[in-house]
Write a protein of this length. Structure first.
Length: 222
């Protein structure tokens, strides 16, 4: 237990430039508190102490602003940056060395039974405000851009962007660590298509205007 805690504190030190010491992280970082509460709640859940598990989970939600269902499976060296507004569902699974920002939801669509929530691989980064909804897998080393809505499987080493999210890059950089991702430099493919359509529409309008003036020279000066 203490080894895992030390690993987590070291992971925060590596990924958060504002972290000054392990003691500060342990005492003041709500992401660490939420993870520790969840370890206890998950143990109770696994031993059929459902009420106590939910009580611990709800206390953690009140205290940290982070809601993790006791049934969720969380890997090692899990880092939550800021954390306010995070929701992780009952059947969600999160691998090792993952980094999640505030406002993230690992939820369901309301249409599935049994396994309802996503499985997140190892070394995955999920940007602030992203929503991953459904019982599919996000592959190892994947990156989910801020405010994306992911509704289908994401391959390993892929970058997903937009609403609904689309894969814009697979193994685009030689890195295997989610904390090296620059989530502000990716382009939204939907916006790119809209810009292309707008540019093409402008071209068509200019051609039509030129053709109209050619066919009606008397209106050229009007």
């Amino acid at each position: 237990m203490f080894k895992q805690l030390n690993e987590t504190l070291e992971a925060y030190q590596r990924r958060d430039p504002a972290a000054r010491s392990k003691l500060e992280i342990l005492l003041l970082y709500q992401g660490v508190h939420a993870t520790l509460y969840h370890r206890l709640a998950h143990w109770l859940y696994g031993h059929n102490r459902m009420f106590l598990a939910r009580w611990v989970s709800q206390w953690s939600r009140f205290w940290t602003g982070i809601e993790i269902h006791p049934g969720a499976k969380i890997g090692r060296r899990f880092v939550i940056d800021h954390g306010m507004g995070i929701v992780i569902g009952e059947t969600a699974e999160v691998g090792d060395d993952c980094l999640i920002y505030h406002g993230v939801t690992l939820g369901g669509t309301g249409k599935d039974h049994g396994k309802r929530h996503p499985t997140i691989g190892n070394n995955v980064l999920i940007g602030c405000g992203a929503k991953i909804l459904g019982p599919f897998r996000v592959g190892d080393g994947a990156r989910i851009a801020a405010n994306s809505v992911v509704l289908s499987e994401v391959p390993p080493q892929a970058t997903a962007v937009g609403i609904p999210a689309q894969i814009v890059r697979i193994a685009g950089k030689a890195t295997h660590y989610a904390d090296e991702v620059d989530q502000t430099s990716v382009e939204n493919p939907t916006l790119e298509r809209l810009e292309a359509i707008s540019a093409r529409l402008d071209l068509v309008e200019r051609l039509l205007d030129e053709q109209f003036k050619k066919n009606h020279p008397s209106l050229k000066d009007n």
